[in-house]
Design a protein around this ligand. Structure first.
Ligand SMILES: Nc1ncnc2c1ncn2[C@@H]1O[C@H](COP(=O)(O)OP(=O)(O)OP(=O)(O)O)[C@@H](O)[C@H]1O
Length: 295
């Protein structure tokens, strides 16, 4: 395992609506205690990629610690595309979908041990319509919910639930999906088509229980109908979802077309309505610190 001497700490000061001051005191104290060199970068929302790239060239870090939500981790992953620098996450966003999938613990001290530890996962990264996806993207009803939730005044799971009621009434589901994989085309009808590198949505729904983040593949999940009991079951760790509820296709690349524009989200961020999506596994992995070795 590569020795970590130089740590670049990337902090998003606004993510999750949290004040990071106390958190940063703890993080800096731990880095000092370990005798590591530290450089801090605070994101501004403007030209962050370019500025982080320059810091990497100047400081030559061995490891990057990210304090932020999924958007900040994506930003760092994009800067690191092709680099062999590892990343540790200190989740500080509103949903923290990647942290949920990596099973990171809730306490900062435990997160720090993992984020500075030696268990590094060579994680697959998806490129979807040219954007980076680290855990789950989807077309359909969940993306519509995320779009409405972004404008909601009540945050958290309650806000998501309250927003779901009008969304379900106004949605045009089911949608017609044309899925092209290796020159073979299949047609599916469903309420939601997910493109999953990981197992869970940020809300904890375990929709892809057998998916692995380091197998060089992703899953296309087509949810056929709106079955609230089955959706509720996905919140259990060992959810068994029959093919009458969800159909799963494992692949390395796919083109998906819809007959009408459908709401689309990547890693919990609403992208817009699209008719065509192209997804493939990137040749470059993201080296990410995880709680225990993952085969
Ligand atoms: N200093 C800043 N001021 C305003 N916006 C910022 C700043 N730094 C970063 N951003 C914006 O923050 C967004 C990324 O936030 P991030 O996804 O990390 O947190 P979040 O939205 O709270 O969390 P999650 O994705 O887990 O729900 C990007 O849109 C980026 O442009």
């Amino acid at each position: 395992m590569k020795i970590k001497n130089k740590i670049l700490l990337v902090v998003n000061p606004i993510s999750g609506g949290l004040n990071k001051r106390t958190m940063l005191v703890t993080v800096k104290a731990e880095i000092k205690k370990r005798g590591l060199q530290l450089e801090l970068y605070e994101t501004t929302g403007k030209k962050d990629k370019k500025k982080i790239k320059r810091m990497i060239e100047d400081f030559q870090p061995d490891h990057i610690l990210v304090v932020g939500g999924d958007g900040t981790i994506q930003l760092v992953a994009e800067v690191l595309d092709g680099h062999k620098i590892s990343v540790g996450i200190l989740p500080a966003g509103s949903a923290n979908g990647l942290a949920v999938n990596l099973k990171l613990p809730p306490k900062l001290q435990d997160q720090l041990k993992i984020a500075l530890g030696d268990n590094i996962l060579e994680m697959d990264v998806l490129k979807i319509n040219g954007r980076t996806c680290l855990h789950i993207a989807d077309l359909g009803i969940n993306a519509e919910l995320i779009k409405n939730y972004e404008h909601a005044s009540i945050r958290g799971k309650l806000g998501y639930f309250l927003k779901s009621i009008p969304t379900l009434f106004h949605s045009n589901f089911p949608f017609n999906f044309e899925i092209e994989i290796d020159h073979m085309t299949v047609y599916k009808k469903g309420i939601l088509l997910a493109i999953a590198n990981a197992n869970k949505f940020g809300t904890g729904a375990n929709v892809n229980p057998t998916g692995k983040m380091n197998d060089g593949k992703f899953e296309i999940l087509v949810f056929k109908k709106l079955n609230f009991i089955k959706i509720f079951k996905t919140l259990s760790e060992n959810a068994k979802l029959g093919s009458d509820f969800v159909e799963i296709i494992s692949t390395t690349q796919a083109k998906i077309r819809c007959t009408t524009p459908v709401a689309f989200q990547i890693d919990g961020e609403y992208v817009g309505e699209v008719c065509e999506v192209e997804a493939q596994i990137s040749p470059n992995k993201l080296l990410i610190a995880v709680p225990s070795p993952i085969e």
